[in-house]
Unconditional design. Structure first.
Length: 98
């Protein structure tokens, strides 16, 4: 319905950088073919994760001990992207190997 009627959607979760980024970027990937190109995919990551301040170091425990902030949201998102690309490879300019 969003696609057919070209509607806008507002989505907000508690902090706005975990589930929000994950859900919005997956929807964008499915709805907008421009995100299924190499450049478009990189822009999607930049817009929905980097620009919104996703705490990569905390969530992936990079260079620090694992604590309650550890939550591999980006890894989970990449797995979802992989599954979509695997099921619909003809829809993407890139392969899982990029």
């Amino acid at each position: 319905e969003v696609y057919e009627h070209r509607s806008s959607v507002l989505m907000h979760c508690s902090d706005g950088w975990d589930r929000t980024s994950q859900s919005v970027s997956l929807a964008a990937l499915c709805l907008d073919a421009s995100h299924r190109t190499r450049v478009g995919f990189l822009r999607l990551v930049q817009r929905d994760f980097c620009c919104f301040g996703h705490p990569f170091r905390k969530r992936l425990a990079l260079g620090q001990p694992v604590d309650s902030e550890f939550c591999p949201v980006l890894i989970q998102w990449l797995e979802c992207v992989y599954q979509i690309v695997d099921q619909f490879p003809w829809e993407f300019e890139f392969t899982p190997g990029l």
